[in-house]
Design a protein around this ligand. Sequence first.
Ligand code: IYR
Length: 225
Amino acid sequence: MQEHDRLPLSDYHEYPEEEMLERSKNYYEDIRRRHSIRDFSDRSVPREIIDNCIRAAGTAPSGANHQPWHFTVIGDPEIKKQVRERAEEEERKFYDERKAGSEWLEALAPLGTDASKPFLEHAPWLIAIFLQRRGGIESGMDNKNYYVRESVGIATGFLIQALHNAGLVTLTHTPNPMSFLSEICERPGSDRPYILLVTGYPTKDATIPHHSTIKKPLSDIVSYL
Ligand code: IYR
């Protein structure tokens, strides 16, 4: 294929305006049911569902289409245990030794989080998302990547939506620091851990903090010119 070859846009669907209105409303009603969950059931989730959601994430736009991401999916109980141990070690410094500082700890107080992360063992899948500073359009390339954080952030958003759409819940977990993930997942030095996405089913008695349900109204987040 020529470098500048172009293809017809053959998979675009246009909807009548009325249908667009309905679809946009329905999508909002569905996505507003997405919550960050910390009470995970140990019910298993077929790997194929996770694969499909990662396929969806992999369609995200990225700088020069280099797709600067890698997803390490952890289902092995022994490895999950290791992740929990290492994460809790960092979180104890963060919370108990107050490494976070008082402003951060006060901001987190309404969420009721602490250093204990049992969900890292209970949830069936932990998806460690890595960003790649170098890469290219094909795996194994070693060119500079562009807009890496933006690209991986967008792909992570796609993944969260795909998992929600499939009927699973997630937690975007960010142990701080999380360099231990590179070690456990045996990623090369040019890959940096970005987010640990926990996914599975909620427990029957799962709760969400009231704090997380307070969303800014449209008038506060949008302005039209
Ligand atoms: N990594 C910690 C702290 C934490 C930080 C933010 I910002 C949050 O929104 C939630 C938690 C933890 O996972 O508990």
